[in-house]
Design a protein around this ligand. Structure first.
Ligand code: ATP
Length: 219
């Protein structure tokens, strides 16, 4: 970095979702992101009451317990239960404001989402304020394309970063599109397999599958 470039104190990430249940698509993307961006830490944050979709049948406590099992043993990843501990709808902006407060103004903070989630972002509460608190990292996902027109496409064009080095020049405000290993796995497919009494083995960690079976989830 040349003299005069500002540099953030360290990169922290937060990856929100319903994680109903968590699977290797989430986990492998999380780990590859941590390594490729040299993030200090990435929090996987289950949504308690998602505002934009039907509340999952599986409780937030079960989803968080599965996430905890999935990241056990990987110190760079953790389960962040803050949305379970807050009452009311789970607005991402509230979580980002809390994290910004905890980490301080100088820390680089990245919010991670898949490109399917990006397509709906204009429906999120105070979506334009998200970039005031964090950078946004968009994961390319098999079968999904970036928005090509409309307000999200314009917003993307206005804030898109050329490369990951730009994430370290300021604590928030840019959007980076990344292509990691594509894994065409979804929680929907896993729930459907389990409902049809088919095996979901090798799509998600074995301890998570054991938890699902012990607690008779998704039947
Ligand atoms: P569902 O099928 O129930 O919609 P999902 O598999 O998309 O679930 P979510 O918990 O909704 O999982 O996803 C949380 C975040 O992870 C979202 O931003 C989503 O785009 C991203 N994501 C999910 N699966 C993958 C995958 N296979 N590769 C990359 N990103 C993913």
């Amino acid at each position: 970095m040349s003299a005069g470039d500002a540099s953030v104190a360290g990169l922290q990430g937060v990856f929100g979702g319903t994680f109903n249940p968590v699977h290797f698509g989430h986990l492998r993307s999380a780990l590859e992101l941590v390594e490729s961006l040299q993030m200090e830490h990435l929090r996987l944050m289950p949504s308690a009451r998602p505002p934009h979709r039907e509340a999952p049948d599986c409780s937030a406590e079960h989803r968080a317990a599965m996430l905890q099992l999935a990241v056990a043993g990987e110190p760079r990843l953790s389960c962040d239960p803050r949305e379970l501990q807050r009452s009311g709808k789970s607005y991402t902006i509230d979580s980002l404001l809390e994290l910004r407060h905890e980490l301080g103004e100088e820390a680089g903070l990245c919010m991670v989402l898949g490109c399917d989630a990006l397509l709906d972002i204009a429906e999120w509460h105070r979506w334009q304020a998200l970039l005031d608190c964090a950078h946004i990292i968009v994961l390319a996902r098999p079968g999904w394309v970036l928005p090509q027109s409309g307000k999200v496409a314009q917003w993307l064009a206005a804030h898109r970063l050329e490369d990951s080095a730009a994430l370290r020049r300021r604590p928030a405000g840019g959007i980076l599109i990344t292509e990691l290993r594509p894994l065409a796995i979804s929680s929907t497919e896993i729930r459907e397999l389990l409902q049809r009494r088919r095996s979901a083995r090798y799509l998600l960690p074995e301890p998570v599958l054991d938890y699902i079976q012990r607690n008779s989830l998704y039947q």
